[in-house]
Design a protein around this ligand. Structure first.
Ligand code: DOR
Ligand code: ZN
Length: 346
């Protein structure tokens, strides 16, 4: 007996597509199932100006295979030199849907991020005026702060002060990993939302470290203890519209992951929807999957929901490829460690 679930076509509110050969290889993995995605700007060099975002959008659309539909929602990488008027113009034209804040040094290609938050005050105030969301990588980078505490310290030391100093600023706390972040987002008003990744709903820190180091489970923010994973699952499956999917699917070649200094990132674009269906089913919350993947994100970003649907079908376990080939080398697909029974109908 097969069960089916038809939902509004989903969007991914946090995605890394990279550029060049990697872009060409990973874009179809997302476009196959998702209509739109918020595209992260941490290229080398980063996407800082409206003109750079327009050029990057053109490269993404040029890489889209014939017959596939996909709308990249562009972001700008916030630096201490970002011009508020360039941001406002890029938002007014509909090109840019958010600005991304990386604390300097927090993660992959974040060296141009922000160290002195006073220097971005003017941009944040302009964004609050025009309602443009700030997507936040919420980790402090101070060497004396333990990596497992960096999210909670960020909330206290950086995020909360920014929000208090900039009334009306709309903020998405990206890829939350702690029960404390769930609580903080719940206590915020309508101006605060959060994305949750697929992998943080599946792994805890044991997956990375027990029985040897598992580099394909290493990402930032790093997965925390099981109690935190459970809080994330509860939030994602709660039906609360402040929580929505942002996969943070972040491809790195196997050579760069399986390395003495391995890169952070889990590549989940290929099997994300099957994994999420399994997670929601286990929680008895399949009826809330559509909200998490297709409805809460557009509501926060003030965009229409997608007009079409996808259908998931339950049956024998689906075999996804363990990796994809790219012009830069192979990229391993995230292994959830359990069977996936839900497939997306073609
Ligand atoms: O794991 C991660 N990978 N976290 C990030 O914040 C960046 C991303 C990447 O770009 O590889
Ligand atoms: Zn990311």
């Amino acid at each position: 007996m097969s069960e089916t679930l038809t939902i509004t076509r989903p969007d991914d509110w946090h995605l890394h597509l990279r550029d060049g050969a990697m872009l060409a290889a990973v874009l179809p993995e997302t476009a196959r199932h998702f209509a739109r995605a918020i595209i992260m700007p941490n290229l080398v060099p980063p996407v800082v100006t409206g003109a750079q975002a327009a050029a990057y959008r053109d490269r993404i659309l040029a890489a889209l295979p014939e017959g596939m539909a996909f709308q990249p929602l562009m972001t700008l990488y916030l630096t201490e030199d970002t011009d508020p008027e360039d941001v406002a113009a890029a938002a007014a034209s509909g090109l840019v849907r958010a600005v991304k804040l990386y604390p300097a040094g927090a993660t992959t290609n974040s060296a141009s991020g922000v160290s002195d938050f006073d220097r971005v005050r003017g941009v944040l105030e302009r964004m609050a005026e025009i309602g443009l969301p700030l997507c936040v990588h919420g980790e402090v980078t101070a060497a004396d702060i333990d990596i497992f505490d960096r999210e909670s310290v960020f909330i206290d030391r950086v995020l909360d002060p920014i929000r208090r100093a900039t009334p009306g600023l709309r903020v998405v706390m990206e890829h939350i990993t702690t029960a404390g972040a769930v609580d903080y987002v719940r206590a915020g008003g309508a101006d605060l939302g959060a994305t949750i990744t697929t992998h943080h709903l599946v792994i805890n820190r044991n997956h990375i470290l027990v029985g040897g180091i598992h580099p394909h489970y290493y990402c930032l923010p790093v997965a925390k203890r099981e109690t935190h994973r459970l809080a994330l699952v509860a939030a994602a499956t709660s039906g609360e519209n402040r929580f929505f999917l942002g996969t943070d699917s972040a491809p790195h070649t196997d050579a760069l992951k399986e390395n003495a200094c391995g890169c952070a990132g889990c590549f989940t674009a290929t099997n994300t929807l099957s994994i999420l269906a399994e997670v929601f089913e286990r929680e008895g919350a399949l009826d809330r999957l559509e909200g998490f993947v297709s409805r809460h994100g557009p509501a926060f970003y003030r965009l229409p929901e997608n007009p079409d649907t996808i259908t998931l079908t339950r049956g024998a376990p689906v075999q996804y490829p363990t990796g994809i080939e790219t012009g830069d080398g192979p990229v391993t697909v995230f292994d959830p460690g359990f069977d996936l029974h839900w497939r997306v109908a073609p």
